[in-house]
Design a protein around this ligand. Structure first.
Ligand code: NAD
Length: 339
C-alpha cells in the first residue's frame, strides 16, 4: 500500500507509527489537521486484519474528527490513534504506558481520549506518561448524556425542517439501541412528549422505560415512525436497509451510520432527511473538549444545544446546492477547516 495514494488520505498533517516490542505496542497516530496547534481524538484498540486496514481506519477516523469539531464550532483539529490488538486480551499497563510515551513524544499537539477498546480508566494509566490524556473518570466522565442531549436537539431541528414543527409532542421516534446514548436520548424524548419505539438485542436493555413500546431488533429500522434514531452500531444505512425505511427523518447517535458515502445520496433520493451522524452526536466531544480545571457543565450543554442551529445550516446548504445532507455537512466542515 502507498499511503499518499490511499483512498482515505486527505493530505493529513501527520501519520506516525509507534512500536514497543517489549510492551507489545503497535500503534498508529493520524493527525488530519491541526487547529490552534492542536488535534484531538480517541484511542481505538481493535484486532485489525491487516496493517492497511489499521492505517485506513486512522486516516478516515481522524478526518471525521476534524469534521465533527469544525461543525461543533470547536477550534481543534482531528486526530485518532489506532492500536493494533484485542483490548480484552492484549491491553495491559505496559502497553498503555508505552502508548502514553508515544503520545507524549508528539509534544502536546495531539490530545487523546477513550474510544472503542479503551476506557476512562485506561486514560488514567496513559496519563502517568503524558499530560495530554483526557476523559478520565471524574473529568468530563461519561459523555453519553451530552451525546444523547445533542441528538435530541438534532431531531428537533430535523422535525422543524421536515414536519414543520420542532415540538416533538406526539412525534413517533424509533430508537435502535437502548444503551448509554439511546437511553439518554429517550429521557429527553419522553420529557418532550414524543412516542417512543425501542429495540435492543439485549432484552434486559430494551425494557419499556420512558413509556416506550418495545419492538424486535429486526423490525426497528423499518418501523412505522416519523424519525428513526440509530443508536447502536455503524453501517446500518446500507443497500439492504435503506429501501425499507419508512421514517421521514434519520437522526441518531451511532457513529458511521452510512455503510458507504453514497448511501447519503441514496437516502436523499428516497426523500429521507438524514442528519449526518457526526453533526448529531457531537455532544460528547463538545463536553470532552470543555473539560479541565475550569469545566463548566452548563456552558458545555448550551454549546451542545447549538447542534440545532448547525443542523439547520446543513439542511439549508443541501437545499441551496441540491445535494444530499451528508455531502452538505462535509462541504461545510471543509470550508471551516480550510477557510
Ligand atoms: P452502548 O454499548 O452503551 O449501547 C449500544 C446498545 O446497542 C447496546 O445496548 C447493544 O445491545 C445495542 N445493540 C447492538 N446491536 C444492536 C442491534 N442490531 N439492534 C438493536 N440494538 C443493538 O453504546 P453507546 O455508548 O450508547 O454508543 C452507541 C453508539 O453511539 C455507538 O455507535 C457509539 O460509537 C456512538 N457514540 C457514542 C458516544 C458516547 O458518548 N457514548 C458519542 C458519539 C457516538
Amino acid at each position: 500500500m502507498t499511503v499518499f495514494d490511499a483512498a482515505d488520505f486527505d493530505n493529513h498533517h501527520r501519520l506516525a507509527f509507534f512500536t514497543d516490542p517489549a510492551a507489545g505496542l503497535r500503534a498508529i497516530i493520524a493527525i488530519h489537521r491541526l487547529r490552534n496547534g492542536i488535534a484531538g481524538g480517541g484511542i481505538r484498540m481493535w484486532p485489525y486484519d491487516s496493517d492497511e486496514a489499521a492505517i485506513a481506519d486512522a486516516l478516515r477516523l481522524s478526518r471525521a474528527m476534524s469534521y465533527k469539531f469544525a461543525l461543533a464550532d470547536l477550534p481543534v483539529g482531528g486526530g485518532k490513534t489506532v492500536v493494533i490488538g484485542d483490548s480484552r486480551r492484549d491491553k495491559n499497563e505496559d502497553l498503555l504506558r508505552a502508548l502514553g510515551r508515544a503520545i507524549d513524544s508528539l509534544g502536546g499537539c495531539y490530545i487523546c481520549g477513550p474510544d472503542v477498546g479503551t476506557t476512562p480508566e485506561d486514560m488514567v494509566v496513559i496519563g502517568r506518561e503524558t499530560d495530554h490524556a483526557r476523559g478520565r473518570p471524574g473529568e468530563s466522565g461519561d459523555t453519553s448524556p451530552a451525546t444523547g442531549f445533542g441528538v435530541y436537539h438534532a431531531i428537533r431541528a430535523a422535525a422543524g425542517h421536515e414536519l414543520g414543527n420542532d415540538d416533538l409532542r406526539g412525534v413517533r421516534v424509533a430508537v435502535q439501541g437502548a444503551g448509554a446514548v439511546g437511553r439518554a436520548l429517550c429521557r429527553h424524548l419522553c420529557d418532550a412528549g414524543a412516542e417512543i419505539l425501542i429495540a435492543d438485542i439485549d432484552p434486559a436493555a430494551a425494557a419499556a422505560d420512558f413509556g416506550a413500546s418495545v419492538v424486535s431488533p429486526d423490525e426497528i429500522l423499518a418501523a412505522e415512525a416519523e424519525v428513526l434514531a440509530p443508536c447502536a452500531l455503524g453501517a446500518v444505512l446500507n443497500d439492504r436497509t435503506i429501501p425499507a425505511i419508512r421514517a421521514k427523518i434519520v437522526c441518531g447517535g451511532a457513529n458511521n451510520q452510512l455503510a458507504e458515502e453514497r448511501h447519503g445520496a441514496a437516502l436523499a433520493e428516497r426523500g429521507v432527511l438524514y442528519v449526518p451522524d457526526y453533526v448529531a452526536n457531537a455532544g460528547g466531544a463538545i463536553n470532552a473538549v470543555a473539560e479541565g480545571a475550569d469545566y463548566d457543565e452548563a456552558a458545555a450543554l448550551a454549546r451542545t444545544a447549538r447542534i440545532y442551529d448547525t443542523c439547520r445550516r446543513v439542511f439549508e446548504k443541501a437545499e441551496a446546492e441540491g445535494i444530499a445532507s451528508s455531502l452538505a455537512a462535509d462541504r461545510l466542515a471543509e470550508e471551516i477547516i480550510d477557510g
